[in-house]
Structures are given as C-alpha cells and as structure tokens.
Design a protein around this ligand. Structure first.
Ligand code: DGJ
Length: 737
C-alpha cells in the first residue's frame, strides 16, 4: 500500500468514524419513549435503536415527561447477556433466556420469535381513560402482537392485554400467551398471595420473593380460584403495609385457569408475567385469526394497601362491577333453613318471613327442579331445569305471586353449567358433558361440567336463564352457582382438545353477554360452592359475589378483611346464618359490612332476636350508602389484634360507620387502647354514636362529647369492645361548628 493509498484509507476510516458517530446520534435521537401515565404513576416504554420495546420505568409520574428517557442512564445494570430482561412483551426462542410472555411454533416448524416495534398510538376514550396500543412484529415471519394498555387515570388502574395474529401459510401454535409482563426495578419484593379451599377461602401468606420463579396458578378449569385466587399484592422494599409504602395490586381478569409467574432475575429486578394458564392449552391459531388475551389489572400505590384498595374499589364500582353504583337487594335465602327439603307451603311460610323480617327479596335455593330424578339431594337432577311437580305443583309462578302478595321480590338459584349423571339431560346429551371417552367418570359433588365450548350447550344454558325470565317476568334475582371443577378434560365438540380450557371460559362469557343484552341489570350473584369463582372479568356480568359458604362470623371477619383488599363491599354478599353460635347481634353486624342477607328460620327466632333483626335491617338501610359507596379504611387487622376494626366514610367526610369486633376471647381481652380512625376531615367536629344496639342494651358510648376529626384520627376512639359487647357499630357524624 503506497503512502497516498494509506492516506486515503486513513481519511476513509476517519470519515466512517465520524459518520458512524453521527448515525448513533441519529439512532439515539430516533429512540422513542412512550410514557403511559395515570394521575400518580407512569409506565414508560422505550423503543431502542434496534426497535426492541422495553419497560424502562414503572413508578411515580414525573412532571416533565422528557426526563423519562434519562431513566436507563441512572441504572448500571445493563450488562446481562440476555440483553432484553426488560422487554415489554418477552418472546422466546431467539436471544431471550428468561421466562417468556409468548412462545410459538411457526407454521414451518420454527420455534423462534422476535418482536420489534412497528407503531404506537394513544387514544382518549374519555376524560379519565386512555388507551395505548403498541404494535410489534416479527422481522422474519408475518406474525404480529398488539399490546394494549388501558389507563384509568384518577384511579391509577392499568389494564393490559394483547392480541396475537399472523399471516403464515398454516396454523401457528401458541404455547404461551400471557396478557402482559411487567418489569419492576427495586431491591426487594414482598408477595402477599392467597390460598384456600371450600369454607377456607382467601387465606393470606406473605413472603419475600427469592431468585427464580414463583408461580400462582390454577388448573381447575371452572371455579378456578377454589385453591388459589388470581389476585396478589407486591410490597416494594418491604412487606405490604396498610398506609405506607409502595405496593402493587395485581389481578387476572379471567374466570378460568390462570398463571402468574414472578421471576426475580439475576439483576434483582422482578418480572411479572400474567395471563391465562398455558397448561394443556396449546392454541392453534389460524392465519388471519386474532387471539385476544384476557386483561391483567394492576395498580401501584405509594401509600400502602389501604389506598390501593380504595382506588380499586372506586375503579370497580365505576368501570367493572355490574351496576357498581346502583342499588342492591337485601334478602332471605332458604338454603340453610331447608336445604333440599321443602314444599310450596314451607316456602310460602318463608316468603311471609321475608316480609316479617323486612328484607327486599326471597331467594329460593337449590332443590326446586327435576322430576324423573328429583333434586332431593346433590346426587340427582342437576341439568333438568323444569319445576319439581311434587314439591311445587303450582310452579315458580305461584311463588312469585305469593312474594308479590307479601310485598317482597322473588329470586332463584341455578347452576346451569353442570349436570348430574342421574338426570334426563345427561341421558339425552351425553356428548354435552366434559369427560374423557376412555376413562371412568370422576365426579366433584356428584356432578360433571357441561361443555360450554359447544355453541349448542351455550344455547341451552342461555335458555335455562331466559326461560325463567320469560315465564316469570317479575323474577328479580339470580344466584348462579358452580360447584364442580373439570376432571378428565375432553370435549366431544372441539377438534383441538387443547383449546378446551380457554373455549370453556369464552363460552361462559358469551352466554353471560347474551343474558346481559336481554336482561341488563337484573341482580345476579356469582357463587361457586362458596367462593370458588370471583374475578373482574366475571363481575362485569354480576352485581355481587358469594365469598364463602363459611358464614361463622368470626371466620368471616378474617375472610371479609382479605376480600376487602380487592373487591368493594357493595359486591360482597354476606348472610346471617346459624354458623358459629355467635350472638345474633355479632352475626348481623359482621354481615352488614357488605351486601346484607339472611339464611335463618325467621319464625323460629326468639321474639327479641326478631325485633333486633328487624331494627338492624332498618339501620342497615339507613347506613348502607356509606358502606357501599364510601371510602373503606381498614383500622385494626384481626390477624394481629384482639379487636378488629374497619370503617367507611362518605365522600363529604360528614358521616362514617365504624365496625369493631372482639376476635380473641382469651384472657378477658378487650379494646384497651383507642383505635385511630381514618379518612375524616381533621378540621371538622364530630359526634360519636353507637348504633344497631340489641333491644334493651345500653350503650357505653358518651354521645354528648364532640371530637375534632384530628383527635379521632391522631388519638383515636375506643369503642369499648369487651366480652359483654363483642361487636360495636359506631356512627361518626359531623356537626355544625
Ligand atoms: C353451594 C353454595 O355455595 C350454597 O350457598 C348453596 O347454594 C349450595 N351450593 C346449593 O347446592
């Protein structure tokens, strides 16, 4: 190489260097930051120079959005060879080494997926709700994913889901198809998760997440939350606390198998991957077809789980729960009063009891149907939804009429997704039943699950409900039960067996949608052999849910406390029953912290107890607005205190209702110290009054004292709970200065 050539080469190298520096600059300035903001928080995505979409921030919103782009520069954590730990939606089979959000086999058998940015947009749905869409595409295959982020700004709630589609020549197999993955940066993460079983639902456990993967999931098919519900909390830096600290609430909006993986990665960051469970569910996606995942719901609070709950409740009442801001009916249910053993006369007498008690509606439970195999126990009749002629010779109509004559409404129990093998339905349509053809049938409560992936079965279930309304237009309430899980998962309708768990739930939603199109607001209770099924996808169709068959009020204080984190009181059905042998006042007071009902033999109540119940219902009707629509504050946790307390405050901070209960009867325990109230106006003056007293009882509360809100919140108030007053309800009323 001569000198000139050498000089030319040097110049060329220099030019290339300048040019490449310039191009990096171009690339950098081409990097796009996408802030998805609520009033308090921001989830920030970044599109890097290679068009990878990454999560660079989930935390408190900055006032200058231009600064979000600087977030990665203040972390010194980017050296890992997996490169894309913080992918906004983690694909697998290419350079990712972590738990993926999506795994596929392409039509040609290739198992790799890469997803790069194509476009994004922001739409304003209304003043409070924004929808962000981010489109991703594989650079090699005609395979696309759209990420959706719906933000409810004032409530700080994010809903995330995605759609998956392709234009490959044959089906693509989806092996995993999460709704979302999150990426959280912090030192430590503390998980509150729940587990349970029949009559033991919603038991919390708190643990510090260690490296590796922690999975919350369900494989039960129907009543999917029986053993583990799809809700959780993540304390950031410390275990979730009531009023302080950063906490994330998460929930899958899906009524079937779900899977939530939490992977603490090598750089101590947490990846949360949430979606339907891919267990036994490879999905064969046709060319041009779109697969939509359910929504993953999350919200971040910087003031503990109390604030997170209040925001979640506000959101649920406003946007999810059916008729969330509407009215609810108090009721008398006959399940524990009669079980299957009733006739028209007995029910007439219970309808009179309903009137006598002063509740709005009589709810007829299980046992009213089937003739060839009468529903006299849980071993027969399920599926044969015609009135049992020997129990009810004059049909449902006469019960509706009798209710009307007594000035109360009438509601009915159904379990339309299920069948007993001892039924006409099973005999006529064995092909409608989920069961493996070559295996012995396996029962849960003597029953099997109908195959809701089959449109004929969907029609049948719709008509069970429709028929009831058509024949009884004044029918005012439905209790929708679901007692069995799916064993031996096999559909004689589906070509792809691995679609069954997913198509079942979609079939259920399509029936519920049809019902709601025709009967938009009729109250329906979501029940599932106790609390085996509750989530925010189902609650779009239901006005309330049944938390547990365990109605022992002491247990119930704990159960309701846990449910109260995620679901508003207006959705939580609580019935007064004979469980627990507690005094009637204790039982009623506990049930008042939600949607009140009764399941007792009213005409067998001692006179004084009846009078108490009648007065309690009047009291409840007076305060229910504060309980249902007010802000909820958990004051004293039953798990760590002798006295549990919880309160509700109306929007104006003029009226609050405080519930307190003795939850430990050892060593003559009582409320020794004041309980700090919350949510009042410190500047307002309040008077405290005890309400819902048992007839003849004299309150220990001095109602003449006036307290400032500041005093009640800083010093607190002692409800004087002890063994002689195991349950106390206080009304805190603002007075004119
Ligand atoms: C289970 C429910 O949880 C109960 O309330 C009751 O409705 C029974 N099923 C009826 O079989």
């Amino acid at each position: 190489m001569n000198l000139i050539t050498r000089f030319n080469k040097k110049c060329k190298d220099f030019l290339v260097l300048i040019l490449s520096l310039f191009m990096v600059q171009q690339h950098l300035s081409a990097q796009e930051v996408i802030p998805i903001e609520s009033v308090t928080n921001a989830l920030v995505l970044e599109v890097d120079e290679d068009k990878n979409v990454k999560i660079i921030y989930f935390g408190e919103r900055l006032s200058n959005p231009n600064e979000y782009g600087e977030v990665p520069s203040v972390y010194n954590q980017t050296g890992h060879y997996s490169e894309n730990l913080n992918a906004a939606y983690m694909p697998s089979g290419s350079h990712n080494l972590m738990e993926p959000a999506i795994t596929v086999t392409h039509a040609d058998g290739n198992t790799s997926l890469d997803l790069r940015y194509v476009a994004h947009k922001q739409e304003s749905i209304d003043a409070n709700v924004d929808l962000f869409t981010v489109e991703l595409k594989d650079p090699v295959y005609p395979f696309s994913v759209k990420l959706f982020y719906k933000v409810y700004k004032n409530e700080d709630v994010f809903e995330q889901w995605c759609t998956i589609s392709h234009k490959e020549k044959k089906d693509v197999q989806l092996h995993k198809f999460a709704s979302a993955n999150l990426y959280l940066k912090s030192g430590t993460f503390w998980l509150t998760q729940y587990h349970g079983d029949w009559a033991e639902e919603m038991q919390p456990e708190v643990s510090r997440l260690t490296h590796g993967i922690k999975t919350l999931d369900s494989k039960l098919g129907t009543r999917a939350n029986l053993l583990q519900p799809p809700v959780f909390m993540l304390g950031i830096g410390r275990a979730p606390e009531e009023d302080t600290g950063d906490v994330i609430f998460g929930a899958m909006e899906w009524s079937g198998n779900f899977r939530i993986d939490m992977e603490l990665d090598v750089e101590d960051n947490l990846r949360v991957i949430a979606g339907m469970n891919n267990f036994s569910s490879v999905y064969h996606l046709k060319s041009g077809e779109t697969f939509e995942t359910p929504k993953f719901l999350y919200l971040l609070s910087h003031n503990g789980k109390g604030e997170a709950s209040r925001k979640m409740h506000d959101w649920a009442r406003k946007y999810k729960l059916l008729d969330g801001s509407g009215d609810r009916l108090t009721l008398l249910n006959n399940w524990e009063a009669t079980y299957f053993d009733f006739n028209e006369q007995k029910l007439f007498s219970l309808i009179k009891d309903t009137k006598e008690l002063g509740v709005d509606l009589f709810l007829l439970d299980d046992g009213w149907f089937a003739n060839k195999y009468p529903r006299d126990g849980d071993y027969a009749g399920l599926g044969d939804w015609e009135v049992n002629k020997s129990k009810l010779p004059n049909g449902i109509a006469s019960l509706v009429k009798e209710s009307k004559n007594n000035g109360v409404k009438f509601g009915i129990w159904i379990e339309p997704e299920m069948v007993n093998p001892k039924s006409r339905l099973y005999e006529t349509h064995p092909d409608w039943v989920i069961k493996q053809p070559k295996r012995e049938e396996h029962y849960f409560r003597n029953q099997l699950v109908l195959d809701l992936s089959n449109p004929e079965v969907q029609d049948f279930v719709f008509h069970v409900v429709d028929q009831l309304f058509v024949e009884n237009p004044e029918l005012a309430y439905i209790k929708w039960d679901c007692n069995a899980v799916i064993y031996n998962a096999y559909s004689s309708y589906l070509k792809q067996q691995s679609h069954l768990y997913i198509e079942y739930v979609k079939g259920l939603y399509s029936v519920l949608k049809r019902i709601r199109e025709k009967y938009p607001l009729v109250p329906m209770m979501l029940c599932s052999g106790g609390g085996g099924r509750v989530d925010y996808a189902a609650l779009q169709y239901f006005t309330e849910f049944w938390p547990s068959d365990n109605t022992d009020p002491l247990e119930r204080i704990f159960l309701q406390w846990e449910y109260s984190h995620f679901y508003p009181s207006i959705a939580t059905s609580n019935h007064v029953t004979e469980w627990g042998n507690q005094p009637i006042k204790f039982r009623v007071d506990v049930a008042m912290m939600g949607k009140l009902g009764f399941d007792i033999v009213v005409h067998e109540l001692p006179e004084k107890e009846l009078v108490f119940c009648q007065q309690a219902i009047k009291c409840y009707n007076d305060i229910k607005g504060v309980i249902w629509y007010g802000d909820q504050y958990r004051l004293a946790d039953p798990k760590v205190n002798n006295v549990a307390a919880l309160m509700y405050v109306d929007d104006e901070q003029d009226r609050a209702i405080v519930f307190s209960y003795l939850v430990n009867n050892r060593f003559n325990k009582k409320s020794e110290v004041p309980i700090a109230l919350k949510g009042l106006d410190p500047a307002k003056k309040y008077r405290v009054r005890e309400i819902n007293l048992y007839p003849g009882a004299v309150t220990k509360v001095d109602e003449s004292v006036v307290y400032s809100g500041e005093f009640l919140m800083k010093v607190g108030y002692n409800p004087l709970v002890d063994a002689s007053r195991t349950s106390v309800i206080l009304e805190v009323m603002a007075i004119e200065n």
